[in-house]
Write a protein that binds this ligand. Sequence first.
Ligand code: GRF
Length: 196
Amino acid sequence: MKRVAILVSGGGSNMLALVRSMTGDHPARAVLVASNDPAAAGLAKARDMGVATAAVDHRPFGRDRAAFEAELIKPILAAEPDILCLAGFMRVLTPGFVERFEGRMLNIHPSLLPKYPGLHTHERALKAGESEAGCTVHEVIPELDAGPILGQARVPVERGDTPEALAARVLVQEHRLYPAVLRRFAGGDRSPLYLD
Ligand code: GRF
């Protein structure tokens, strides 16, 4: 049984989808939900589902990312995860942290990478007049939003779409894609999955 730790910063809707998916003959189980924000709503949702939680407030550490990560990694290592899933985790991780989990750390990004790495992806896609948008699950490497793609789901851009409307449509696909990719990944299959 693979042990999965999930990192969140906010509501944790992707975390929720992942935890709910890990039942029955699924080869993985959630062992920890951790956050950089003690007030993250995702932590309460994880507790409600009986998943252990941890939080390290990143703010006292200021710009010292390594010092923050040195604290955050303690509960993560204690949970002995085989796989790390970033799910709405909004802190950039240092290469030092990433390298400790390289090859077993996943992230979901709300664009069809390699298009639109970084923030405000829907706003940028709309401004560029894209006819479709979507989300990507990828392996995390030190370069931001750039690792091997493990899965993508596409959604059409609709006339009059606002970034919020598009984000909501993409989020529905994130909740389909991430659990499907994690199940394959936990089963040792790293071939990319493309959902229509
Ligand atoms: C979502 O927009 C997702 O694309 C990105 O983080 C945002 C919040 O996700 N990864 P969640 O609801 O906290 O899972």
